[in-house]
Design a protein around this ligand. Structure first.
Ligand code: HEM
Ligand code: HEM
Length: 456
């Protein structure tokens, strides 16, 4: 890896813009999560207020965590490390700033349209056609900036992080268009079973071809840097990259094991879900061997600490995911809070943690001054860790109660009183995560615009 180049005022505007975008939307997204969790405890709370109905709050929460908090957070680091690894400047900071503005415009449109009830009703593809176009456009703008930077590079070798970010962005632009059936603006869907298959091809690729490669890119950058050690194996890193592309793209149908899709497709999705252990372990072995004996350095760097914890969460969510794709297991875990637990370990524990880690790692480097408060960042780390581990325990128990009851023929409504207290625990933990998002926004704003603070 090349040496770090430090900031001049004009540089890193795009990275800064994505840091702010991520920190701001994390607050809004977690607030919507907390609101949804509260509504599940007290459904009458927002009765008759259409735009606050659970069915609208939930997709706003989910789309904001994915496209408002996590993806921009991961992109912030990418806009710092890609030029640095290629020993060149970003192709165009102006284009980057326009992208940040357009990205935020799209997010505002997402919130307003979903709150008003404009939805295409397909998970992760709820947004209506004009917003889909805007989202594809912003991904394309990111890709142009990245690929032009690659084209103008002075460093001949493409480090694996660059592979991950370029692939993640262009593949997402394509799978997003496919999954949103963008050639049918009126419905945004096919009909019948093919629609479900296509939707979940895209739905799983949000995690497999967007969050995972972008997170891996950040981890491959931050961990060797923080450990001041070379990557354990470049060959293994490229093996992990290609095996991820080959295996992850086949597993979407594991969301449809209870649905009459062709059996051969289910078999492929199950086999490849188990085969996911190959890219997952290739990545983790590489990162963990790089960090072997250097945990002290990781502990001392708050950004690396977030990132490293994210890799541990990746281990758990992936092993869990492979098991959830087995039909006998899914018979109990499908359609209940078990999956919600898994979703939060993946999107928050793995990708969200790494997004925050990347932000805290690059902040001092793009501002040219220390983090405003390492203490507050550490506080946020612990709050999120407690929150996500708590979510996992509470929702997994609730899911097992639901899954076993339904397997035994119990009706849905009779199980609700039994899981009520777990919903209260989830909302309480949600309050912790929401508070930590406010702390994070404050810390990032202070680091960027005000004095350099007391610790670091
Ligand atoms: C080896 C890797 C993984 C495998 C095999 C896997 C498997 C699965 C399966 C089988 C489901 C469907 C459960 C059901 O509906 O019964 C699921 C859902 C989900 N997974 Fe994973 N998973 C993996 C990794 C991840 C990662 C890394 C993330 C996040 C970055 C993630 C996020 C999610 C989310 C959000 C859902 C819920 C989707 C929904 O129904 O809305 N998974 N996963
Ligand atoms: C204040 C903290 C949070 C609370 C209270 C919360 C609560 C919720 C609730 C109530 C749902 C809907 C569950 C259902 O339909 O039964 C949900 C879904 C989801 N949340 Fe959160 N959430 C929080 C933070 C986050 C964060 C930070 C992320 C990611 C970075 C996240 C990712 C997701 C995802 C991906 C889903 C969809 C899960 C699925 O369909 O399987 N949440 N959350």
């Amino acid at each position: 890896m090349t040496s770090e180049s430090h900031s001049s005022p004009q540089r890193y505007q795009t990275a800064k813009g994505f840091c702010l975008t991520s920190a701001f939307w994390m607050v809004v997204a977690t607030f919507m999560g907390l609101l949804g969790a509260t509504e599940l405890i007290a459904p009458d709370l927002t009765a008759n207020i259409g735009w606050l109905a659970f069915g609208r709050v939930r997709p706003i929460h989910v789309n904001l965590v994915l496209f408002g908090f996590v993806t921009p957070g991961l992109l912030a680091s990418a806009f710092y490390y890609v030029p640095m690894l290629l020993r060149t400047e970003l192709y165009s900071e102006k284009l980057g700033v326009v992208t940040v503005l357009a990205w935020n415009l799209a997010l505002i449109a997402v919130v307003l349209s979903l709150a008003k009830g404009f939805t295409q009703g397909r998970e992760y593809a709820e947004m209506i056609w004009p917003i889909d176009i805007l989202i594809v456009a912003v991904f394309s703008l990111v890709f142009i900036n990245m690929i032009m930077t690659v084209a103008r590079r002075k460093e001949p070798i493409l480090y694996v992080s660059v592979w991950y970010v370029c692939a993640g962005i262009i593949l997402t632009a394509v799978t997003f268009s496919l999954g949103n059936v963008i050639w049918r603006p009126d419905s945004g869907s096919l009909t019948g079973i093919p629609d479900a298959i296509l939707l979940w091809f895209y739905g799983h690729n949000v995690f497999g071809l967007l969050l995972t490669p972008l997170s891996a890119g950040v981890a491959y950058f931050v961990i060797p840097k923080a450990c001041r050690a070379p990557l354990y194996s470049h060959t293994l890193s490229l093996f992990g990259f290609w095996s991820l592309l080959v295996v992850y793209t086949h597993i979407g149908t594991h969301h449809l094991l209870q649905v009459p899709v062709p059996t051969w497709l289910k078999v492929i999705s199950i086999v490849d879900s188990v085969a996911m252990v190959i890219p997952v372990m290739a990545f983790l072995i590489n990162i963990w061997y790089t960090a072997k004996g250097k945990l002290g350095q990781i502990h001392a760097d708050i950004g690396a600490k977030f990132v490293f914890t994210g890799t541990i969460m990746y281990f758990f969510v992936s092993i869990q995911g492979s098991m959830m794709a087995l039909p006998d297991v899914q018979r109990v875990t499908h359609f209940n809070n078990w999956v919600i637990a898994h979703a939060h370990v993946g999107v928050l524990g793995f990708a969200g943690m790494i997004a925050l880690g990347g932000i805290y790692y690059i902040l001092p480097r793009i501002t040219g001054k220390p983090l405003y408060s390492k203490l507050l960042a550490d506080f946020q780390y612990w709050m999120i860790l407690i929150g996500v581990v708590g979510f996992t325990v509470v929702l997994t128990i609730a899911g097992l109660i639901q899954g076993n009851a339904w397997l035994n023929g119990e009706t849905v409504y009779r199980v609700l009183p039994q899981i009520h207290m777990y919903y209260i625990a989830r909302a309480s933990l949600g309050l912790i995560i929401f508070s930590s998002a406010i702390v994070g926004l404050y810390n990032i704003l202070r680091s960027m615009f005000f004095d350099s603070g007391e610790t670091s």
